[in-house]
Ligand binder design. Sequence first.
Ligand SMILES: Nc1ncnc2c1ncn2[C@@H]1O[C@H](COP(=O)(O)OP(=O)(O)O)[C@@H](O)[C@H]1O
Ligand SMILES: [Mg+2]
Length: 326
Amino acid sequence: MAAPARARGASFLEDAKNATTEWLRKAFELDGYVAGQEILIAVYLALRLEKPILIEGAPGVGKTEIAKVLARIFGTDLIRLQCYEGLDESKALYEWDYQKQLLHIQLLREAGCIPEESELFSEDYLLERPLLKAIRAERRPVLLIDEVDKCDPEFEAFLFEVLSDFTVSVPELGTIRARQIPIVVLTSNNERELSDGLRRRCVYLFIEYPSVEKELRIVRSRVPEASDKLARDVACVVARVRTMDLRKQPSIAETLDWTRALLALGVEKVNDQLLAETATMLLKNRDDVLALREAAAGGRWVTEALEACEPGRPHQAGKTRRPPRP
Ligand SMILES: Nc1ncnc2c1ncn2[C@@H]1O[C@H](COP(=O)(O)OP(=O)(O)O)[C@@H](O)[C@H]1O
Ligand SMILES: [Mg+2]
């Protein structure tokens, strides 16, 4: 089997079904994505069994990125369907280009002709939307159905049908069957409970906030300019921030933003004053920022976070971790 490669055009795996967990581990690592065994096994099974993978977790924990990584490591297209309330078949599957059709009718009329219906409802006037694009793709693409919990239950039912057989019927063109089943990644922020049917069809993966150790590896991978000391400070402080009673805990995206902000400010090690000054890079809610500033006002909050920090210990969301007594 070809070794995973970083650059496009290099030796990609011919068939995603041949990817072993070890191949995936190396490929994810080369791409800078830190993935534990749980993620690798779920991705492996989805590829092997040709099932969609449904990834749930809080915003910013790395769900969407998995689809992007898969497209990159297999050197294939990423086709993205962003879900939202009111999304319907015409925006997800296909629609007819009415303006172009009207223009065509007008031109024919001016020339004294009557347009044929079959002429107007042909390939030339078809606007492919993500699902049809994925079904008709030449090369097996990655189809990302992002934030599926945002769509309406009716659309979810339609999606379930499409994902069942990857066959769609366009009355004017006939039945279109996928040449190969796309690699499908569905993500959900858990804002709405998804149907059992959809869940059953998928390989399920839940991504938690990372442990200190994992977050440290992510910071090192994504912000290699940061020193080991700074990366460690960041991971430890963020872990303690996540134990606070906040409206919205900082995600990995915010950890990375904060690290880059600290670098931009020329910071080499974190202290309480810096944390208070840069808290808005980490927290995006006024009450949360004020709570963190108040916590840091004592002057020992960061020190305690670093003293209590043990990379390797799993993060315990929502539980207050008491720092050791001096
Ligand atoms: N395990 C990881 N390894 C490397 N980078 C990660 C990891 N998890 C998340 N990230 C980074 O965090 C950011 C947010 O990830 P994203 O996939 O957009 O989150 P989500 O879709 O869960 O809201 C991205 O910049 C992504 O690259
Ligand atoms: Mg996302």
